[in-house]
Structures are given as structure tokens and as C-alpha cells.
Write a protein that binds this ligand. Structure first.
Ligand code: 5GP
Ligand code: ZN
Length: 113
């Protein structure tokens, strides 16, 4: 998608701080961190949101969660962490490319705001 911010980040057209990359996913630091550790996990394939996950494209979601579990073995995640995917305008999705926030390094309240 030529007008998608995260597709441009994957393509290297917009710089980002890379945490991890493979042929299916890209992981990078959020530009406006909401916690001391704040990474974004995105599929390289453009998927609009969690509402656009189907049997045909869902394998990448499992792959993302495997990678979250691997990265979250790091010391900065030892006290707990949160995984969030905002879906749609009312939920606060500002970038319409499926992404999972991985947040750690502080206490989180519930319910989410
Ligand atoms: P959403 O609000 O859609 O759930 O999450 C989008 C996230 O993308 C926000 O946390 C925002 O800070 C982050 N973001 C927006 N633009 C950029 C950018 O150009 N670079 C990086 N690294 N993160 C961005
Ligand atoms: Zn995209």
C-alpha cells in the first residue's frame, strides 16, 4: 500500500529503530513511547487491522506472538508486559496497518482507557 505509513517503514522509506526483522514481520520502537519499553510488531503484508485477519492470513499473527514471547524473555519484561492491538477509530487505531504494541517497564492499570 503506497500511502501506508507502516508499509513505508517496512520499505525503509521512513527511518525507524529496528528491533527485529524476518521475511514475514518487522519489529521497531514506537516513536512516541507510552512505556519505558514500547515496540510495534507488524506483518510485512499489509493487513488493515485485527478485523481483517482471515484463515488465509492469520499465520503471521501466530508468528508475531511467538516472536513477542521470545523477545519478552528479556530482563526488561520480567515484571510483566502488555500486548495491545487497537482496531478501528473508536479504539484509537491511528495507523491502518495491523500492529501489536508490546509495552513494559511500568505498572499498567485495567480496564484500559
Ligand atoms: P495506534 O494508535 O494505531 O494503535 O498505534 C500507532 C502507533 O504508531 C502509535 O503508538 C504511534 O506513536 C506510532 N507511530 C506513528 N508514526 C510513527 C513513525 O513514524 N515511526 C514510529 N516508529 N512509530 C510511529
Ligand atoms: Zn501497510
Amino acid at each position: 500500500m503506497s500511502d501506508c505509513l507502516f508499509c513505508k517503514i517496512i520499505a525503509g522509506e521512513i527511518p525507524s529503530t529496528k528491533i527485529y526483522e524476518d521475511d514475514k514481520i518487522y519489529v521497531f520502537a514506537d516513536i512516541a513511547p507510552a512505556a519505558p519499553v514500547h515496540y510495534l510488531f507488524i506483518p510485512k503484508e499489509h493487513i488493515q487491522s485485527a478485523a481483517a485477519v482471515t484463515p488465509e492470513n492469520s499465520a503471521v499473527v501466530a508468528h508475531i506472538f511467538e516472536k513477542i514471547a521470545e523477545i519478552a524473555k528479556g530482563d526488561e519484561f520480567k515484571d510483566g508486559f502488555r500486548v495491545v492491538s487497537n482496531c478501528g477509530d473508536a479504539a484509537g487505531q491511528t495507523v491502518k496497518h495491523l500492529h501489536f504494541h508490546l509495552l513494559a517497564g511500568r505498572e499498567f492499570t485495567w480496564p484500559a482507557g
